[in-house]
Design a protein around this ligand. Structure first.
Ligand code: ADP
Ligand code: ADP
Length: 219
């Protein structure tokens, strides 16, 4: 099992961002985390990436406990935040180099992730010169640097124009051949385009867990 979540709850003041959420994700799956804004998607992702501590419940990534074994959890996860902080003044390679240093990753991986994310022709440029789609590739490349087993992508296609959207979907499908992916979105079309399975969350509660193939049969 790549991700196991058992009865996770998390409140911010009076807001119950997550209310007793449980699910599992198998190795190799691409799972959509679907719900309206404020449903609790980012909070769940931040619990998995160890940025937030849940109030109660348990969660494991590659069977490492998110509260007791943060280091191994972080090694297992590549994370693309919704508002990914990129340094617009840095060159693509410089940024990846900087990330590799911060996370103590072998720099040989830089060439590999540039190739993997189709950044090759853009890599001599500054991040600020790139389109939003290519900036998203830089974020993905940084998330892939340490060759994690699991990728957690928070709204990876929000704000992209139609062409960039298709390109990034294609890339996510390609990366998904080798990784387990949990991807949040508020758009069902996004789930249909790339996911094997969907978890639907509303007001902090998990309300559905469906295989896309079963959803198609129900239609
Ligand atoms: P989503 O990612 O689905 O849009 P979030 O997980 O960001 O939802 O938010 C779930 C709820 O928790 C919302 O009501 C949001 O305002 C609240 N929330 C999230 N993070 C914080 C925080 N750091 N402090 C206070 N409230 C928060
Ligand atoms: P963390 O450093 O734990 O990730 P955040 O960066 O999410 O925390 O949030 C920092 C502060 O900003 C929170 O303590 C909260 O007051 C506020 N905040 C962040 N996101 C939200 C949100 N979605 N709704 C309300 N307040 C928020």
């Amino acid at each position: 099992m790549s991700i196991t979540v058992k009865n996770i709850s998390k409140s911010f003041g009076n807001t119950k961002a997550l209310n007793n959420v449980s699910f599992t994700i198998n190795k190799g799956e691409i799972v959509g985390f679907l719900g309206p804004n404020g449903a609790g998607k980012s909070t769940m992702m931040k619990v998995l990436t160890t940025y937030h501590q849940a109030d109660s419940g348990e969660a494991y990534v590659n069977s490492y406990d998110v509260t007791k074994d943060k280091k191994n959890v972080q090694k297992s996860i590549g994370y693309l935040a919704e508002h990914n902080p990129l340094y617009l003044d840095m060159y693509v390679k410089e940024y990846l180099n900087f990330n590799a240093e911060v996370y103590k990753v072998n720099k040989e991986n830089i060439a590999k992730v540039i190739e993997q994310t189709g950044l090759g022709p853009e890599s001599p440029k500054k991040i600020g010169q790139l389109s939003k789609g290519y900036r998203q590739r830089v974020g993905l490349a940084a998330a892939l640097l340490h060759d994690p087993e699991v990728l957690i992508l928070d709204e990876p296609t929000t704000g992209l124009d139609p062409n960039q959207l298709l390109e990034i979907r294609k890339l996510i499908l390609e990366i998904g051949k080798e990784k387990t992916i949990l991807l949040s979105t508020h758009i069902m079309k996004e789930v249909e385009a790339v996911c094997d399975r969907v978890l639907i969350i509303d007001k902090g509660c998990l309300v559905a867990d469906k295989r896309l193939s079963d959803l198609r049969k129900e239609e």
